[in-house]
Design a binder for this molecule. Structure first.
Ligand code: SAH
Ligand code: SF4
Ligand code: F3S
Length: 498
C-alpha cells in the first residue's frame, strides 16, 4: 500500500523521553511524516496520530509512557480514525506486552524500523489492524542477522524540524556491545554498528549548508567508533579531523564516551582541533571496584583515575562530566563512600546521578538481588548531588572574571517565560528590535560546555560572541558580552552587541 496519500489533514502529536539518540529519532520521524503533509500539534486532543518515542533505561521512564497510554484509553471513541503508536526502545523491549497493557495501541515500532513508520501508520489507519515491527532478539540469531535487523535511521532532514536552526545531532553509530549488567541498551538498540565516515561527512556538509554551526556526534559509546575503508581503520579521532574541515561547522561535540576507549589519539584530537569541544562526558558509574566488576564495566577505579590524569595532562582545562548509579546491587555504605570520594577527587563539571532500577532481561536482574532499600538509594542520590553541586559552584566561582567564546543558543529559560507571559508578544518568538535596555537574556555555551547567560540582541543567536563572566550559580555562569568596536556586516554597520 502507498503511504498515507490523504495525510495532508493529519495532525501528529509526539512525545519523546530518553536520551539524545531518541531526540534525534523523533526529529527524523517527524520530518518523514511532515514530508507526507502531517502537521505537528502540541495538543494531544487534537491529534489523529499519536506517537510515543520511548525509553526503557529505568522503570520510571516506562511508567511515564504506560500512564500516558492509560489516559488515552477512551480516546478512540471520540476519534475513530486515531492511530496510537509506541516506538523506540520500549517498543523493541516489550513488543506484544504493550498490547496487553494498553490494548488501544495500534503500532509497536522498534528502534531499527523507524523508516517504516509513515507506511505503518497509513496501513493501520486504513485497516485498523495492529502491527508490530521490531528487530531480532540478540539471543535468537547470529550477530550479523541481528545487526541487519537493526537498521540505522538517517534519512534526509527537514531543515525546519531541527530543534535549533544551527545545532544538529549526527548519529555516527548505533547499538552497544558492552553489556553492562544493569543496562537494557544492548537489547533495545542492538549490536554496535558504526556508520561509514563518508556518510557522516556528507550529512555534516549538508547540515552546514543549511546553516548548522554546531554538530553533536551521537553514539552509545561514541569513542568506540570504528569503520574500515579500503583497509584503513577510521576512529573517532580521524572522523573529528575530517569533520573539522567542513566549512561552516564551528563546534563539534560527541557523547557518550566509554572510559576504556578513551585513547590518546582521541585526546590529542580534542587538544589539537580548535572546533572540537573541550568537553568529555565519560560516565564512571561507581567509585568501588567490587561494584564496577558486578556492573561488568571492564575497568577499575585505578584505570579510570589513570584516564582522568591523561585527560588533564593532554587537554588542560578540559571539562569532564560523569554518570553515577547509586544503590546498585550489593552497594554498601562503604562502597557508596568510595563513589563520593571519587567524585570529590575527579571534580566533574556535572554528574547525572541515577538510582539503580532493575531491568528485566538484564544480567544484574537475573544474578543479583536489588538489595538497597529505596530510601537508602534516595539518600545516596541526594548526598552525591550535594557534593557535585558544591564542586560545580566552586569551579564556576573560579571562572568569574574570565572571558569565554560563547556559541549563542537562544533565549534563556527566563527570557522565554517572560516572552510567553508578555501580552504584547502573545507567545510567539519575536526579534527584539528595541534599545539595549530591552535586550532579553540569552543563553549559550563555552567550548567546555559550560552554560552562560547574558543580555544581548536575539540577532546574535547562532553566532560566536565573547562573554565576560561576572557571577554564577551552581549550574550557570552569568556574564555580559564584551563590547567590541563597530563591526562590518554586509552593507550595514551594526554594533556587535549593544
Ligand atoms: N551509553 C551511555 C549511557 C547509557 S544510559 C554510557 O554507557 O555511558 C545513561 C545512563 O543511565 C548510564 O550511564 C547509567 O548511569 C544510567 N543507567 C543505565 N541503566 C540503568 C539502570 N538500570 N538503573 C539506573 N541507571 C541506569
Ligand atoms: Fe549501557 Fe553500558 Fe552500553 Fe552504556 S556502555 S549503553 S551503560 S551497556
Ligand atoms: Fe533510553 Fe533507549 Fe536512550 S533505553 S537512554 S532511549 S538508547
Amino acid at each position: 500500500m502507498k503511504p498515507d496519500q490523504a495525510a495532508h489533514n493529519y495532525r501528529l502529536y509526539i512525545e519523546t523521553v530518553g536520551c539524545q539518540m531518541n531526540m534525534l529519532d523523533s526529529e527524523l520521524v517527524v520530518a518523514a511524516l511532515r514530508k507526507q503533509g502531517y502537521q505537528l500539534t502540541a495538543d494531544i486532543a487534537e491529534a489523529d496520530t499519536i506517537l510515543f518515542n520511548t525509553c526503557s533505561v529505568r522503570e520510571h521512564a516506562e511508567h511515564k509512557i504506560y500512564s500516558a497510554l492509560g489516559r488515552l484509553k477512551h480516546s478512540r471513541s471520540r476519534r475513530p480514525d486515531q492511530v496510537i503508536g509506541v516506538i523506540g526502545c520500549m517498543a523493541q523491549k516489550d513488543q506484544q506486552l504493550i498490547f496487553q497493557k494498553a490494548p488501544h495501541v495500534d503500532l509497536v515500532v522498534g528502534t531499527g524500523q523507524l523508516a517504516q513508520i509513515p507506511e505503518l501508520v497509513a496501513q493501520s489507519r486504513a485497516d485498523r489492524e495492529k502491527r508490530v515491527a521490531v528487530s531480532l532478539d540478540r539471543r535468537d540469531a547470529t550477530r550479523q542477522q541481528v545487526s541487519d535487523s537493526f537498521q540505522s535511521y538517517d534519512p534526509l532532514r527537514d531543515p525546519e524540524m531541527r530543534p535549533s536552526p544551527f545545532q544538529a545531532f549526527v548519529r555516527i553509530m548505533i547499538g552497544c556491545d558492552k553489556f553492562c549488567t544493569y543496562c537494557v541498551v544492548p537489547m533495545t538498540r542492538g549490536p554496535e554498528q558504526s556508520r561509514p565516515p563518508k556518510d557522516v561527512l556528507q550529512e555534516a556538509t549538508r547540515l552546514a549548508g543549511e546553516g548548522v554551526r554546531e554538530i553533536t556526534l551521537l553514539g552509545q559509546t561514541v569513542n568506540s567508533y570504528k569503520y574500515t575503508v579500503d583497509g584503513r581503520i577510521w576512529r573517532l579521532s580521524d572522523l573529528l579531523e575530517s569533520l573539522s574541515g567542513v566549512a561552516g561547522i564551528e563546534r563539534i561535540k560527541f557523547v557518550t564516551n566509554f572510559p576504556r576507549d578513551m585513547t590518546d589519539d582521541l585526546l590529542q584530537a580534542v587538544r589539537d582541533l580548535p572546533k572540537v569541544a573541550r568537553y568529555l562526558h565519560v560516565p564512571v558509574q561507581s567509585g568501588c571496584n567490587d561494584q564496577l566488576k558486578r556492573m561488568k564495566r571492564g575497568y577499575t577505579v585505578e584505570e579510570y583515575r589513570e584516564m582522568m590524569a591523561r585527560i588533564r595532562a593532554t587537554v588542560p582545562g578540559c571539562a569532564v562530566s560523569s554518570d553515577f548509579i547509586v544503590g546498585f546491587c550489593g552497594e554498601s555504605d562503604e562502597s557508596f563512600q568510595k563513589s563520593a570520594d571519587l567524585l570529590r577527587e575527579c571534580r566533574f563539571k556535572n554528574s547525572f546521578i541515577f538510582k539503580y532500577s532493575p531491568r528485566p532481561g538484564t544480567k544484574a536482574d537475573e544474578l543479583f538481588a536489588d538489595d538497597v532499600p529505596e530510601e537508602v538509594k534516595r539518600r545516596r542520590n541526594n548526598e552525591l548531588l550535594a557534593i557535585q553541586n558544591a564542586i560545580s559552584e566552586e569551579d564556576n566561582v573560579a571562572l568569574i572574571g574570565r572571558e569565554f567564546e560563547i556559541l549563542v543558543e537562544g533565549l534563556s529559560k527566563t527570557a522565554k517565560k517572560e516572552q510567553l507571559d508578555d501580552p504584547r508578544v502573545g507567545g510567539t518568538i519575536q526579534e527584539n528590535t528595541g534599545t539595549c535596555d530591552d535586550h532579553p537574556q540569552l543563553v549559550g555555551r563555552t567550548r567546555c560546555d559550560r552554560i552562560v547567560v547574558f543580555e544581548g540582541n536575539p540577532r546574535l543567536v547562532g553566532s560566536l560572541v565573547d562573554v565576560h563572566v561576572t557571577d554564577c550559580t551552581q549550574t550557570t555562569l552569568i556574564g555580559s558580552i564584551v563590547t567590541r568596536e563597530f563591526q562590518h556586516t554586509g552593507s550595514d554597520l551594526l554594533p556587535i552587541l549593544a
